[in-house]
Ligand binder design. Sequence first.
Ligand code: SF4
Length: 79
Amino acid sequence: MSTEAPQKAIFIDVEVDDAVARDTDLARKLTEVCPVDIFAQQTDGTLEIVEENLDECVLCYLCVDATPEGTVRVVKLYE
Ligand code: SF4
């Protein structure tokens, strides 16, 4: 096991309502639209947020457009 922790700053957080995360159709849609694979589907089809890809977010808001208003939020953790 390596003791070297990679210095990786995360500047973006993506919040998804539970109802969306549990909806396998919306989970598939999110998985398809995000260009940098921040969304994936777990084996049961529900949504998984791929934490290590969060800092790749290009703020395209395709995920926001693909889901009911207000259920997915892309939050910038910086000014
Ligand atoms: S804004 Fe774009 S890049 Fe960022 S999580 Fe949503 S779909 Fe992916």
